[in-house]
Unconditional design. Structure first.
Length: 78
């Protein structure tokens, strides 16, 4: 079985929306997801570098918008 990383990344970004909160620097989310996925999201420009001591990760403006849209796409009832 081959994993579709693009789909995994999309769903993970959508799930980050569930744990978002604002601090004085911007929108953050808890980073309790697979490190490989977080690194790919960072490489794609959706989150800031996840390799910090913080238990949360900062979303970029683009990442915050995309996270919300993907959450609505995959998890809201019509």
């Amino acid at each position: 079985m081959e994993i579709d990383n693009k789909k995994v990344d999309e769903i993970t970004l959508a799930l980050l929306f569930l744990t978002t909160f604002k601090d004085k620097y911007g929108l953050r989310a808890w980073k309790s997801h697979d490190w490989d996925v977080l690194n790919r999201l960072h490489d794609s420009g959706y989150i800031h570098d996840p390799a910090t001591k913080a238990k949360s990760v900062m979303l970029t403006d683009e990442g915050a918008e995309r996270s919300k849209r993907l959450f609505e796409k995959h998890f809201l009832r019509e």
